[in-house]
Design a protein. Structure first.
Ligand code: GDP
Ligand code: K
Ligand code: MG
Length: 294
């Protein structure tokens, strides 16, 4: 009998959810960075391994004390994700338990689902003696079905995590063909890669007031031509993004092109434009038209 089920990856911002998803899939479908709010949408990552099909739902972390339409959208996405899944994997850090972790834990209370706790970033554990007491505290607070130390970045113990998750997958036909890795469109993935490069390059504020819209996406004689529009809120942000003599936007474009070529296994021509449009990032209708509406 085959198994198939939805597995929510939850946890506070920056704990490593998207990194974990990418490593499990062996493909980069969910963008990552050191900044919170990198992941805005729920991203489905599909992994078929023999009899088992895992439908991982990567979620934006819950964002505490944050206002604005984008934050509302992200928190809603994170909350709905845990309603319709078969298993929850909560990621926590190897050392600390914060208010943000506590907020996630509260959301999980009363859910009658198997809960697996993955204690992440264990590649950065100088003193191994601190892990055991931490695991004990986590076990008491969360009463998980299983708990496992991992490193999403280095791929430590992810096989073990996967076989633990497999125990809780319901018996079912597979929902997707075995070679499919996501439900997101190629356009979405391309836009996200551009957004990742900008998020990684720029300071703390801009990433939240920036969106990427794909205007052109055409294969022509072996080359994928992509045109992407980058929306920002203010003139100053446009200037920062473009950089001195256009060198920053050029760098962003080069980095994004390399990743997009890898993902689609084709030569890519990428053109980027920056446009100022005030107010869109706190405007629910504008967000909807940019695809933040599921
Ligand atoms: P998310 O917000 O939970 O999706 O977190 P990301 O996947 O975007 O990761 C946030 C940051 O933590 C990135 O800079 C990652 O490279 C880093 N990171 C994720 N997993 C690990 C890990 O296992 N070890 C280390 N050292 N860093 C990690
Ligand atoms: K992040
Ligand atoms: Mg993420």
């Amino acid at each position: 009998m085959t198994k198939c089920g939805y597995v929510a990856l939850v946890g506070r911002p920056n704990v490593g959810k998207s990194t974990l998803l990418n490593h499990m899939l062996g493909q980069k479908i969910s963008i990552t960075s050191r900044k919170p709010q990198t992941t805005r949408n729920n991203v489905l990552g599909i992994k078929t391994e023999g009899e088992n099909q895992f439908l991982f739902v990567d979620t934006p972390g819950l964002h505490l004390n944050q206002k604005g339409a984008m934050n509302k959208y992200m928190n809603k996405a994170a909350s709905t994700a845990i309603r319709d899944v078969d298993v929850v994997v909560m990621l926590v850090d190897r050392l600390v338990w914060t208010d943000e972790d506590e907020a996630v834990a509260r959301r999980l209370e009363g859910l009658e689902l198997p809960l697996i706790v993955a204690v992440n970033k264990c590649d950065q554990l100088d003193d191994k003696n601190v892990l055991l007491p931490h695991l004990q505290v986590l076990t008491e607070r969360l009463s998980p079905n299983d708990i496992v130390p991992v490193s999403a970045l280095r791929g430590m113990q992810l096989d073990r995590l996967e076989s633990i998750i497999a125990k809780y997958l319901p018996e079912s036909e597979h929902f997707y063909p075995e070679d499919q890795i996501t439900d997101k469109s190629s356009r979405f993935l391309a836009a996200e890669i551009v957004r990742e490069k900008i998020t990684r390059q720029l300071g703390a504020e801009l990433p939240y007031q920036m969106a990427v819209e794909i205007e052109q996406f055409e294969q022509d004689r072996g080359v994928l031509h992509i045109g992407a529009l980058i929306l920002v809120e203010r003139d100053g942000q446009k200037r920062i993004l473009i950089g001195d003599k256009g060198d920053r936007i050029k760098q962003i474009g080069q980095q994004a092109r390399i990743d997009i070529e890898k993902l689609f296994d084709t030569k890519v021509m990428l053109k980027l434009w920056v446009k100022v449009k005030s107010g869109w990032s706190d405007d629910e209708r504008a967000l909807k038209s940019l695809g933040y509406d599921d």
